[in-house]
Ligand binder design. Structure first.
Ligand SMILES: Nc1ncccc1[N+](=O)[O-]
Length: 239
């Protein structure tokens, strides 16, 4: 998978090459290009923004800078992703969608966003997604790109050591993951739940499912409501 990021803060994307992603890049599973938007400016001040039509606070990033940058970076295969608080919610399901793509381009907006015509024009040639990683306002899209790329990259075959670990991911079965434990057996007088040391895998799986349902019910009842009835077995319903 080829990932390209266009940003005015290329150094913000340095963590992409660290740790898990660094290994994926070394293995050739992912190649990452980070491009400085200012390379497409023509003026001596390298201006990338201007005041908004219609007035209002802040600055808007210019279409006549973004357009040429995306023309150079995007191909016919590109899925263009624009992180914005006004976007559709990013989720594990969307991460799986993106993991099937061959070329992701991320446009990082700063200030009050990017002139809408950039998205409208790009949509004539490539698939464009405006996505949000949460209902809060960051200063720019770079942090969202780091989050999205990490969520996508870990789904790629060969990136994670143990491919089975996706199966236990939170949200994989639509529920939150329950609690985990490891040695020592007792720590500050807190003992690991006996069932986990019983070796009875049927009981262990049942206990884990109950913990997952209870945690989801308590913290994210919305996830339970969005699951179809057949997602629950008769034991679940008895809870
Ligand atoms: N929440 C956000 N704030 C600023 C830019 C992008 C954002 N997002 O969620 O993708």
């Amino acid at each position: 998978m080829q990932i390209d990021v266009v940003t005015i803060f290329p150094e913000y994307l340095a963590p992409l090459r660290a740790a898990l992603l660094g290994k994926a890049i070394d293995k050739g599973l992912i190649s990452v290009g980070v491009h400085d938007l200012r390379d497409w400016t023509q003026d001596v001040h390298k201006a990338v923004d201007d005041s908004p039509y219609g007035g209002g606070p802040g600055m808007v990033m210019k279409a006549d800078i973004w357009g040429p940058a995306l023309d150079d970076v995007c191909t016919d295969e590109t899925r263009l992703i624009v992180p914005t608080p006004a976007g559709r919610p990013f989720s594990q399901e969307v991460a799986h969608e993106y993991a099937n793509e061959s070329h992701l381009v991320f446009a990082c907006g700063r200030y009050e966003g990017i002139d809408q015509r950039v998205v409208d024009d790009a949509a004539r040639r490539v698939r464009v997604d405006e996505v949000s990683i949460g209902d809060y306002v960051l200063v720019g899209g770079e942090v969202a790109v780091l989050a999205i790329v990490e969520a996508v990259a870990r789904l790629l075959p060969g990136v994670l050591g143990n491919p089975k670990s996706h199966a236990e991911d939170s949200f994989q079965d639509g529920l939150l993951e329950g609690p985990s434990y490891t040695r020592p057996e007792v720590w500050r007088e807190l003992a690991v739940p006996d069932v986990l040391r019983s070796g009875n895998h049927k009981l262990i799986n049942r206990w884990r499912r109950d913990q997952s349902l209870a945690r989801t019910f308590e913290r994210r009842p919305d996830l339970l409501e969005s699951l179809p009835a057949e997602a629950f077995d008769k034991h679940d319903r008895a809870l």
